[in-house]
Design a protein around this ligand. Structure first.
Ligand SMILES: Nc1ncnc2c1ncn2[C@@H]1O[C@H](COP(=O)(O)OP(=O)(O)OP(=O)(O)O)[C@@H](O)[C@H]1O
Ligand SMILES: [Mg+2]
Length: 434
């Protein structure tokens, strides 16, 4: 899919998802407000009920009398502000409040009530002095008619845990909708992540196919040209020329064979179907052998390969052919990814459990973002200059797989434009044959 289309779809989907989240939050807020309103209305209805009950049953004319609660311990705190009150039976009020709020409204005992005198800004009686100020300013009040000398007396109630009570009623819906929303967000992010990864993979695969076609084309066209020459009578007359073209065909065929083998290796490496034929090897001898084969290519570019082989003992238990290819791949990279004359240093050192081989170059280096990817199959650093250098992106994947199959590990330190250092560790005694 086109990169632009993917970006547009991702942006539209992200915006829609943000929209859904915002609307969901607005809905939740709206539901909360609605719940609060219902709570307030119900409180008002119950307060009205209580007031009508206590005033209907008492004789309003029988006006001034001391409240019986003045002797009640739980209300003693308000006694000091208690003046003359209407003959309201506080015990009855208490039991009415219990019936309406504990049993009907189901707020348990989570409420404080009192009679508020707004004229003098004080409480005439209250059920808990701890909430004196809250009760004085409570939103839930209902006027008590025919109360003492004026009508500015109200029955008020305050809920210390009103918000918790309201939230409790909605908690199930809130949790479920948040969970669903999280599932949708995570699924969306995963889908985008997978889409981008698939896109990258398909780009890598098409790069690989392009590279492979290019790499195969050169030997195939050289072979076809050389074999065509062999059919010419002028060439057939000269033994030397026949030998020259036959050699070209032989060499190019060998190159083609190596490349095909390299590509076929992917599935072998993937399925871990390779077999290691391990034996006691002298790594210094093999390293020197690889270096000898690279010497000409490096020297052609005015480069140098330095050897600093200090490991003693220099023997490990490993597959010699794979060990050769591991070193060869790393030197090949050090040479390929250097713009100027390559300066390659190979050193070996012993530690308690095995040998560390370091291959250092002064090449183009690898950015920290790419370091974690270069060991992946088919991965090639996507930078302008590097595209001039041919390769399948398989070398380091092969190296890592093989080093690990030998019980070792590989580390990479690199800095752009300064060079790279590959450090491979091989244990002395890794006997498990694969
Ligand atoms: N020494 C190095 N310096 C800078 N970049 C490197 C070095 N070694 C590897 N790389 C980067 O890591 C990528 C992967 O390397 P790898 O050896 O796996 O593949 P390749 O060299 O592209 O192809 P091939 O399969 O032929 O080895 C390279 O394409 C290159 O971008
Ligand atoms: Mg390579």
């Amino acid at each position: 899919m086109n990169k632009k289309i993917i970006s547009i779809i991702t942006i539209i989907s992200s915006l829609s998802l943000i929209g859904v989240v915002v609307i969901q939050l607005l809905w939740a807020n709206y539901a909360l407000e609605l719940r609060k309103e219902i709570f307030n209305n119900r409180t008002q209805v119950f307060l009205e009920k209580v007031v009508s009950e206590i005033t209907n049953n008492e004789n309003c004319e029988n006006s001034h009398e001391t409240c019986p609660l003045i002797k009640n311990k739980s209300h003693a705190s308000c006694a000091s502000i208690f003046v003359k009150v209407h003959n309201i039976n506080i015990q009855k009020l208490d039991s009415m409040m219990k019936t309406e709020f504990c049993e009907r409204m189901k707020v348990n005992k989570d409420y404080v009530y009192g009679i508020i005198d707004y004229e003098n800004k004080q409480l005439i009686t209250c059920s808990n002095k701890l909430y004196y100020n809250e009760l004085l300013n409570t939103y839930h009040t209902y006027p008590i008619p025919c109360y003492a000398n004026n009508n500015n007396k109200y029955l008020g109630i305050y809920f210390p845990n009103q918000n918790i009570y309201i939230l409790n009623r909605m908690i199930f819906l809130l949790i479920v909708s948040t969970l669903f929303l999280l599932v949708v967000i995570v699924s969306f992010l995963l889908t985008v992540f997978i889409l981008l990864r698939q896109k990258k993979l398909s780009e890598m695969k098409s790069d690989f196919v392009n590279n492979m076609t290019h790499e195969f084309k050169t030997p195939i066209s050289t072979i076809s040209l050389a074999s065509e020459m062999l059919t010419k009578s002028s060439v057939l007359e000269s033994k030397e020329k026949i030998l020259q073209y036959a050699n070209i065909i032989f060499d190019e065929n060998a190159r083609l064979k190596t490349q095909v083998e390299q590509v076929l290796q992917i599935s072998v490496l993937d399925k871990k179907k390779f077999k290691l034929l391990k034996k006691d090897i002298d790594i210094h001898a093999i390293i020197e052998n690889v270096v000898e084969n690279f010497q000409l290519v490096v020297q052609q570019r005015d480069g140098i390969i330095n050897l600093d082989l200090n490991a003693d003992p220099s023997h490990i238990f490993a597959d010699p052919i794979h060990f050769y290819h591991i070193i060869s791949n790393l030197i090949d990279n050090a040479n390929k990814y250097s713009l100027d004359a390559p300066l390659i240093t190979i050193s070996t050192n012993c530690i308690k459990t095995g040998i560390i081989i370091t291959i250092e170059d002064n090449g183009i280096g690898i950015s920290s973002d790419n370091i974690k990817h270069v060991f992946k199959k088919l991965y090639r650093v996507p930078t302008g200059n590097i595209h001039n250098v041919k390769g399948f992106g398989l070398g380091l994947y092969y190296v890592k797989t093989m080093v690990e199959a030998h019980g070792g590990n590989i580390k990479l330190k690199s800095e752009i434009k300064k060079g790279s250092t590959f450090e491979i560790f091989f244990p002395f005694n890794h006997n498990i044959n694969i």
